[in-house]
Design a protein around this ligand. Sequence first.
Ligand code: NAD
Length: 321
Amino acid sequence: MAIRRAVVTGGAGFIGSNLCERLLVRGYEVLCLDSFLTGGPANVARLADIGPFHLVRRDVTEYVHVSGRVDLVLHLASPASPADYLRYPIETLKAGSLGTLRTLGLARERNARYVLASTSEVYGDPQVHPQPESYWGHVNPVGPRSVYDEAKRFAEALTFAYRDSHGMSTAVARVFNTFGPRMRPDDGRAVPTFVRRALAGAPLPVTGDGSQTRSLCYVDDTVEGIIRLAEHDAPGPVNIGGPRETSIRDLARLVIDLTGSASAIEFVPRPVDDPAVRRPDITLARTLLGWEPSVDVVQGLKWTIAWFEEAQRAADAGVTA
Ligand code: NAD
């Protein structure tokens, strides 16, 4: 069979780089388009050793041209951590709107399957728990998080409009909180913040009373779910996430335990519109894709902590991890 050629936008980011790596292992040729806004070449520095990998610096909110055939377009380009999208609000809205428009245009032109990496944030501060794909969400359209939530809601609507209007093969993956190697230590999300602080012996900042929950999924599992959806013909949306809920306070304690750190927990104010609960109903992913996470959170955290330690050692020695 001919090698399948995939375009991954945001491929130099956390999930994108892990996705590019897995696609290469599966025999794809991968073209990564990334503006390096919140990711960078270091994340993909060794991918060309695995297979045919090409990295092009490009802002996908501008004109997207790719030469050669394209079988699959995976659109992940967008700031994704709250710290990043609050720092880049307009860029985030543009990635979800113009970026989705341009990449849908590319997929249409090449008759390629298209996968949008959407997010559990489309459910906002949910009033239905756990969240099935049929839940329409509870989003504040003008709150600080709206730049991300509404951009992704628009991106989903646009993806379905292209599917219906142009008969395209498209899919929407609603990705829940994912963690693992290649997260930026300073991206502001709970896992990298806790790991970095615990390894430094500094207090772990827990927002509010820490009873708010998240459901974590190790990045290898998230990537596997996205690829299974890409290789299926279903439109989604499909929830891709860990079905086990953990309070942020328990997560901080677990990281302290696993790092053997003497750090304390420090309670800090909770951000505006921070969701109280978050847990996917993954029945659809199980039945449609035969997918569910295979890595438990403790194992995933151990690997993540080891990766952070290694990255720190490499940084200290002036080498890319
Ligand atoms: P990330 O910030 O590590 O990666 C995003 C990448 O997109 C970066 O490399 C960045 O430089 C690039 N990018 C941003 N704007 C761009 C543009 N206009 N043109 C080209 N490249 C651009 O974030 P991540 O955690 O890897 O998230 C990847 C995708 O998955 C995002 O679309 C995000 O919304 C989605 N997602 C992530 C999570 C999670 O827990 N990490 C959860 C839900 C959804």
